[in-house]
Design a protein around this ligand. Structure first.
Ligand SMILES: NC(=O)c1ccc[n+]([C@@H]2O[C@H](COP(=O)([O-])OP(=O)(O)OC[C@H]3O[C@@H](n4cnc5c(N)ncnc54)[C@H](O)[C@@H]3O)[C@@H](O)[C@H]2O)c1
Length: 266
């Protein structure tokens, strides 16, 4: 059996965000970087937020057509007051920053559980809280929460991550109900395993937790439940975000756009 290839060439959704400001958290790498670039390519002025100053600098220093469209904001999202403030005045908010720790519940450090919930659930709440007054004032806004298959399904050894993502799904739906009369949509995007540093970093942990060699982790753990046997690329996730920001998605709210290669079809 051969692994299917990701799509090649340009299949970009038509999207014009000229005059709009978009904030993307976790923009220094992986999915966040791809989202920041995609929204900038659509004409948005992008506020790129991350705690990784070096990664943000590399993004903001891009030359070519996107030069000057990405503004770096170095921020650790555990500073919740700062998170709320940085979101003020944005038209599009992409809650993307995330962390992972793979450990059985009885060995999971409580302080890490707390940090995961803070970065991946409480900070999105505060960012939404900071963004809504401007969105409501102008009668338009787009909130996209990068959830996961783990917002809909659990996996062993990921208690904090699964709890945070399930919580994010609930937050997103509640914001959709409150935002609808103000022209604000709120949705989740739910990828299976994406080719990013977050996944590469967990391979050793997964091998240890499952008691198998690292080279068997991708096929036997990560892709076990996916009918399409490949990792998804960050740009494919960014394209789903672009779709949700466009006028064609104005009726799409309070839902989850699942990009899981058939995982949840089981
Ligand atoms: N990679 C996957 O397979 C996958 C699958 C489903 C969902 N997701 C979700 O996508 C999102 C992005 O994941 P990724 O794979 O691109 O990860 P990544 O590790 O490549 O990027 C995450 C970014 O978040 C930033 N970040 C982490 N903690 C932060 C904090 N306290 N303050 C500010 N920035 C912080 C990191 O510096 C990093 O740049 C996450 O929410 C993740 O849960 C990823």
């Amino acid at each position: 059996m051969t692994s299917p290839s990701p799509p090649t060439g340009s299949h970009a959704t038509s999207l014009d965000l000229g005059g709009r400001t978009a904030l993307v958290t976790g923009a220094a790498g992986g999915i966040g970087r791809a989202c920041a670039l995609r929204l900038a390519a659509a004409g948005a002025k992008v506020r790129a937020v991350d705690r990784d100053a070096e990664g943000l600098e590399a993004l903001a220093a891009l030359s070519g057509p996107l030069a000057g469209t990405l503004e770096a904001r170095v921020l650790d999202l555990t500073d919740l007051d700062a998170a709320e403030q940085v979101a003020a005045g944005t038209d599009v908010l992409v809650n993307n920053a995330g962390i992972q720790l793979v450990r059985p519940v009885e060995e999971f450090p409580p302080e890490v559980f707390h940090t995961v919930l803070t970065v991946m659930l409480e900070a999105p709440f505060r960012l939404v809280r900071g963004a809504l007054p401007h969105m409501y004032g102008q009668g338009w806004g787009r909130i996209v929460n990068i959830s996961s298959v783990h917002g809909l399904r659990a996996s062993a050894y990921k208690s904090a991550y699964v709890a945070a993502k399930h919580g994010l799904e609930g937050l997103s739906k509640t914001v959709a109900l409150e935002g609808a009369p103000h022209g604000v949509t709120s949705n989740c995007v739910n990828p299976a395993y994406v080719r990013t540093p977050l996944v590469e970093k967990q391979i050793a942990d997964q091998a240890r937790a499952h008691g198998i060699p690292e080279e068997r982790v991708v096929s036997e753990v990560l892709l076990q439940d996916s009918a399409v046997k490949r990792l998804i690329e960050p740009e494919e996730v960014a394209e789903a975000v672009a779709y949700l920001c466009g006028p064609q998605a104005s009726f799409v709210t309070g839902t989850s756009l699942v990009l899981d290669g058939g995982w949840t079809a089981h």
